[in-house]
Design a protein around this ligand. Structure first.
Ligand SMILES: [Zn+2]
Ligand SMILES: [Zn+2]
Length: 614
């Protein structure tokens, strides 16, 4: 972005902030007209709008009254009431707040004074119409400057004063506000679409996974449908990794404390781990938070020569992390997950090409899955933090290597200081979900610390023992996080190769059931997930049911299809119907599976479905 554009962006941001802030005053003024006894707490502008916290003394305002509040707000806006600023000396300010019975503002004002935050011993107040609030500003010049239809009161929630559950419970009214009516409308529609695609909602509707309080929070159970999604991703990873020269290993989910003391996870990472469990006499075990140390042990179990490198060990490994209860969310943040993990042990001169290959693999996966809205972050160490191993020359040398690989591939990235792993720089793929929440989905880390801790060596061509480097990588993330994003991006409509049910066979009447069964047997014999709809529903209802389940292919079987040995093929994404000979139809399915065709996008044609190919 050029400088001028940045200035304009900044101005816009400040204007929006001022608008939202002014609206929170206008809302509070309106609430006070309806409920003169309501006490004011905090009312800041926030992302997408503003809120205000009130104490309604046990008789909170309800969602049904929000329209009334909005109406009063509109009349205040119409009245073009100016915002006027007044500075009061602290003692006068306290007296005023006390007279008004504003206990929360009074507490806050005292705090500001004690902390020396009252500039020149003064506190500022803003008045518009009959409403006065202690506040720093800034505000619009007058209420009439609020653009028409640019705001909307959204919802009510409870919140504790100062976020402290021992203090009084307040009522928070949220409003949405944007620079124009169009932007507000756009946001509301975007949010509606996003909520329809929420992976928790679709996960339930499509029966992909469940959570059960008796099992525990953050511990999803994958149903048969959801397990198909995992299996298909895993199969893809196995094939991709096989072709890229990886070797699979299998290691246990629990392990002795000693291993994590050596790796440094205990004590540095202990807060994110499940508590240890006593086993046998004087021994402690942990559920593992990552697979690395186990893979390092496999590396260390043999004498390695430079001819063995790079050694690439991979595993879809179960790992367990103790995430805080409040941060758990559907599949996005969980306490048990299965990771597309691998560790590449290589000689220093191989780092560049190995890193290059890993980044190319990421590009392939993200491109194929059509995951477009991500950014690449190069996460660097911070000299001023004790979170990182203090070998600064090595840090800089290794960061240069990673930077060089990204540059040579033409990858656009942003550098962020202080985001590295404690043992080395990393590349993070940051993906935003539909609601704009950003998470790290995949990482690739360059590790120059663990080889020493685990005393990993190889015998080089000159007969000397040397230290390898390690790359940690997980392009397909954990199943949990990756699938939560895919569900939302695809709105639950998966491509044929991933879909829990790949083909729904719909005979148009009971007489064609036998024909449908015959095709079903044939498809299942080739391991296609096909099923006949033999319910007693009407034909139209059967089609609707298949569409609601987002099944990618419906094969409609009528008398004519039976006689011609054909199927009438309807795709979920395009909803058009095409008659295809049964042999050709089977060929197409095979091809869609092997090529992992992304037929859940309407613009992706099935190669063989083009008229000349059939
Ligand atoms: Zn204000
Ligand atoms: Zn690792």
């Amino acid at each position: 972005m050029n400088k001028q554009a940045t200035v304009i962006e900044d101005e816009k941001r400040i204007a929006l902030h001022t608008l939202r802030h002014s609206l929170s005053h206008i809302m509070a003024a309106a609430v006070r007209r309806l409920r003169p006894d309501a006490k004011l707490a905090f009312g800041p502008p926030v992302e997408n709008g503003f809120y205000y916290d009130f104490d309604f003394a046990g008789n909170p305002i309800g969602e049904g009254e929000l329209q009334q509040v909005e109406q009063v707000m509109r009349s205040i806006i119409k009245a073009r009431e100016p915002f006027t600023r007044e500075e009061k000396p602290c003692d006068a300010a306290l007296r005023y707040l006390e007279e008004q019975g504003e206990v929360y503002k009074l507490e806050y004002a005292k705090e500001l004074m004690e902390q020396g935050k009252a500039a020149n011993g003064m506190l500022s107040f803003y008045t518009s119409g009959d409403f006065t609030d202690m506040c720093e500003g800034p505000h619009l010049e007058h209420t009439g400057q609020v653009p028409k239809n640019c705001f909307k009161l959204d919802r009510i929630s409870g919140s504790y004063w100062r976020g402290d559950e021992k203090r009084p419970m307040l009522t928070r009214i949220y409003g949405l506000a944007f620079a124009s009516a169009d932007e507000l409308k756009e946001y509301v529609e975007m949010r509606k679409r996003a909520m329809e695609r929420d992976h928790r909602k679709l996960g339930e509707e499509l029966d992909l996974f469940i959570q059960d309080t008796e099992v525990g929070v953050g511990l999803p159970l994958w149903t048969p449908n959801g397990t198909v999604l995992r299996d298909e991703l895993e199969k893809w990873a196995r094939e991709t990794e096989f072709l890229a020269g990886y070797q699979r290993v299998t290691t246990p989910s629990v392990t002795r404390k000693e291993l994590y003391i050596r790796s440094g996870h205990v004590p540095y990472y202990e807060d994110s781990m499940y508590p240890s469990m006593p086993v046998d006499e004087n021994d402690e075990y942990y559920l593992r938070p990552m697979c690395c140390p186990h893979h390092h042990k496999i590396y260390a179990s043999r004498l390695r020569s430079y001819r063995d490198l790079p050694l690439r060990l991979c595993e879809y490994g179960d790992v367990f992390r103790y995430e805080k209860h409040g941060s758990l969310s559907g599949l996005l943040r969980v306490r048990a997950m299965c990771m597309n993990d691998a560790h590449i042990y290589c000689a220093p001169e191989q780092i560049e090409s190995e890193f290059h290959n890993v980044i190319t693999m990421y590009q392939m996966y993200y491109g194929h899955l059509r995951m477009g809205n991500f950014r690449v972050r190069l996460s660097l160490h911070d000299k001023n933090s004790d979170k990182f191993v203090d070998r600064y020359d090595e840090w800089e040398r290794n960061e240069d290597i990673v930077r060089g690989v990204l540059d040579s591939l033409g990858v656009e990235y942003e550098e962020e200081t202080g985001e590295a792993a404690f043992y080395g720089p990393k590349v993070d793929i940051q993906v935003k979900n539909l609601m704009g929440r950003e998470e790290t989905v995949s990482t690739c880390q360059l590790d120059f610390v663990m080889p020493e801790r685990f005393d990993l060596t190889y015998v080089d061509a000159d007969g000397e023992r040397k230290r390898p480097y390690i790359l940690h990588r997980a392009p397909l993330s954990t199943h949990e996080r990756m699938i939560s994003f895919l569900i939302e991006f695809y709105g639950g409509a998966f491509p044929t190769w991933m879909a829990p049910v790949q083909v729904r066979l719909v005979p148009v009447n009971a007489a064609l059931l036998a024909y449908a069964r015959e095709i079903e047997r044939e498809l299942r014999g080739e391991f296609f997930r096909a099923e006949v709809d033999d319910s007693g529903e009407s034909f139209n209802k059967k089609i609707r049911n298949a569409v609601t389940r987002k099944i990618p292919n419906i094969w409609i079987l009528g008398e004519k299809e039976k006689v011609d040995d054909c199927v009438a093929w309807r795709r979920y994404a395009v909803k058009e119907q095409q008659t295809v000979p049964r042999r050709a139809a089977l060929d197409m399915l095979r091809k869609m599976r092997t090529e992992r065709v992304m037929d859940n996008f309407a613009d992706v044609a099935l190669p063989l479905l083009q008229p000349d190919a059939v």
